[in-house]
Design a protein. Sequence first.
Length: 64
Amino acid sequence: MPFVQIRLWPGRSDDKKAEIIARVTDAVSESLPCPREAVTVLLEEHPKANWGMGGTPASQAFPD
């Protein structure tokens, strides 16, 4: 039972998240192979201020 966890910045619509979940599910089920129903995808949104990249908060490195 594959479990895929994706961490990303907020800002995507519910439709876009549904598309990401569907595409990742398809890729995993085709690659392993396994049934789509066995694949779990978890999207976790974290604010840019909580991400550090090269010692700098992502909110400073990638301002909106």
